[in-house]
Design a protein around this ligand. Structure first.
Ligand code: C2G
Length: 129
């Protein structure tokens, strides 16, 4: 089974690793769409700390990841699912229900997030130090 997932993966942390490893275990091939810097700006009104080339390099280097591409737009999810022949879309449960429209194209699974860690919290901790 071919799995696809999406994310920014800024300031890569163990929550990111957990979801990618768990996603990969659901199948035999994992494709990851890494949000473009411009997409991130439009979602969060700020650019990521690590630019998209750095984030792509980190994700590409992981053992559990088979394929990486830049996610240019949230609207293209259906096209990406088809392009990469994904049988299953995996996202963290902060997105629960948000991608149910793709159930006509593939299975959609929301995995529980790793508690107590996020890029936003890391930025706050570093800022306060
Ligand atoms: N995640 C997690 N546990 C955390 C933090 C993040 O499981 N403690 C998961 C998120 O649920 C998501 C993935 O890690 O599935 C990537 O998280 P982000 O980098 O925050 O991605 P986001 O900006 O939500 O981008 O098209 C969808 C977007 O590109 C998702």
């Amino acid at each position: 089974m071919r799995i696809i997932t999406f994310g920014t993966f800024d300031m890569f942390h163990v929550g990111h690793l957990n979801i990618l490893e768990r996603a990969r275990k659901l199948g035999s091939h994992l494709t990851v769409g890494v949000s473009a810097d411009a997409l991130n700006f439009s979602k969060k009104q700020r650019y990521p700390i690590c630019d998209q080339d750095e984030r792509m390099r980190i994700i590409s280097a992981l053992k559990c990841v088979d394929d990486v591409f830049v996610e240019e737009s949230l609207e293209l999810k259906g096209e990406y699912i088809r392009r990469f022949n994904a049988d299953c879309l995996v996202m963290g449960d902060d997105w629960a229900g948000k991608f149910d429209e793709f159930k006509s194209l593939c299975e959609v699974v929301y995995l529980p997030r790793t508690p107590s860690i996020s890029t936003t919290e890391l930025i706050e901790i570093v800022r306060a130090a």
